[in-house]
Design a protein around this ligand. Sequence first.
Ligand SMILES: CC(C)(COP(=O)(O)OP(=O)(O)OC[C@H]1O[C@@H](n2cnc3c(N)ncnc32)[C@H](O)[C@@H]1OP(=O)(O)O)[C@@H](O)C(=O)NCCC(=O)NCCS
Length: 153
Amino acid sequence: MSATPIIRRMIPDDLDQVLEIQGQLQFQSWKREHFISEINEAFFGVPLVAQFDIIVGYAVLKIAADEAELCSIAVCSKYQGQGIARQLLDIASERLVEHQVSKIFLEVRKGNLRAQKLYLDYGFIENGVRRRYYPDGEDAVVMVKDLGCLERC
Ligand SMILES: CC(C)(COP(=O)(O)OP(=O)(O)OC[C@H]1O[C@@H](n2cnc3c(N)ncnc32)[C@H](O)[C@@H]1OP(=O)(O)O)[C@@H](O)C(=O)NCCC(=O)NCCS
């Protein structure tokens, strides 16, 4: 099943719902202030939400020169498996190419196979492992996607 939400830049009014999704999924524990600083970052931040009548997902990317980092992506459980994360990545990639970004990096827990499958299907490749990267000792898989093709197409 696929669904097409509106994907737009995150604003402070979204944060109650964004924090609720984060709390439901328990994969990260960013505070409200952390999201606010990404929202306030006019050029180097790409914070997005996916919205139907309610917000169902979000992604936060940070630009550093010609590279970006995918810091966070989440879709609330009820809406997973409908292509929403993929659509967030599509819009984020478009924004990054507009900013002359050529590569996206990310770290993902070794055990988060669902997210890894999303990234691999989306064209990320593994680029190393950071041993005991997370506070609980789990390794992080580093992945990278080259946006060069998007730039040329
Ligand atoms: C990872 C996550 C963002 C994916 O969101 P999603 O909207 O369900 O993903 P999509 O529907 O866009 O699916 C894209 C790909 O993800 C994978 N995927 C999605 N649902 C899946 C499922 N139920 N089982 C296995 N793989 C799945 C598939 O590869 C899918 O590609 P396909 O449509 O060609 O099969 C979501 O599961 C989530 O929020 N997880 C908790 C937070 C998290 O782990 N974030 C990543 C931190 S690095």
